[in-house]
Design a protein around this ligand. Structure first.
Ligand SMILES: [Zn+2]
Length: 250
């Protein structure tokens, strides 16, 4: 499942292969991927527009245009953007933008869980997890009796934190995932924010990615690579969660 680092890599592909180009036509014939738009609607709106920006907040991606209309693009579980590739077999290219310079960009998605839609509402998304300020993090994360991990996964609190990133950040900060969010003092919240941003920064490096940090090695072995204690496994916030029984006891 894509998390923030995968979404940022996808945004960079959009930046490189769409921004500055003029839309010649759009293949929006997959009305499921383009819902609620009927086939032809996105094509009609986008025709002739210049792509002026490729933006991301959390896992949400969108293209800005000189017509003031945004095109939101979602990768779903396994989608990716491919520039100027040969047509994919079995119509796995669910949505394609052709530009006036002859290049094109396709949303390639075997599972058909990606989406393309005009002017999607982003008002319910919290600030991007990579950019959130200390004050904003304290205020947004450190409230309520909800488990801190569930709070981190709530995209209206912070955008872009997925299951693997949340577990890694909590382990690095030595905070138990089921601790009530409001019980964390400012020092622990600040530490969690620092570690969360470090996890995201590491994952954005070449060769990085969600779930490739030190905690991923612990999860595979069932033993904390830092202290040697066994890991515990449970369900928090509806997601499978691992934590160190010694260092994340509270
Ligand atoms: Zn440990």
């Amino acid at each position: 499942m894509p998390e923030l680092p995968e979404a940022e890599r996808a945004r960079q592909i959009l930046e490189q292969h769409a921004v500055g180009r003029t839309v010649a036509r759009v293949d929006d014939t997959d009305a499921f991927v383009c819902r609620p738009h009927p086939a032809g609607e996105i094509d009609g709106v986008m025709h002739g527009l210049v792509i002026t920006g490729a933006r991301r907040r959390g896992k949400a991606l969108w293209l800005e245009t000189d017509g003031g209309i945004d095109l939101a693009l979602h990768l779903g579980m396994s989608g990716s953007f491919r520039a100027n590739g040969a047509p994919s077999p079995r119509n796995w290219d669910r949505f394609t933008i052709w530009f006036t310079d002859g290049t094109h960009l396709a949303l390639h998605d075997k599972r058909r869980l990606g989406r393309a839609r005009l002017d999607a509402d982003r008002t319910r998304l919290g600030p991007d997890a990579a950019d959130v300020t200390r004050a904003d993090f304290r205020r947004r994360v450190g409230r309520g009796r909800i488990a801190v991990k569930a709070r981190l996964l709530d995209q209206s609190t912070l955008a872009g934190v997925g299951n693997l990133i949340a577990d890694e950040a909590l382990w690095r900060a030595r905070i138990g995932p089921s601790v009530p969010a409001a019980s964390l003092d400012e020092a622990r919240l600040d530490r969690l924010r620092v570690e969360l941003r470090a996890v995201i920064r590491d994952a954005l490096k070449p060769g990085g990615g969600s779930g490739r940090g030190a905690f991923a090695r612990s999860r595979r072995s069932g033993t904390c690579v830092r202290c040697g204690a066994p890991l515990e496994r449970g369900t928090i916030g509806g997601r499978t969660t691992y934590w160190c029984t010694a260092e994340q006891a509270g």
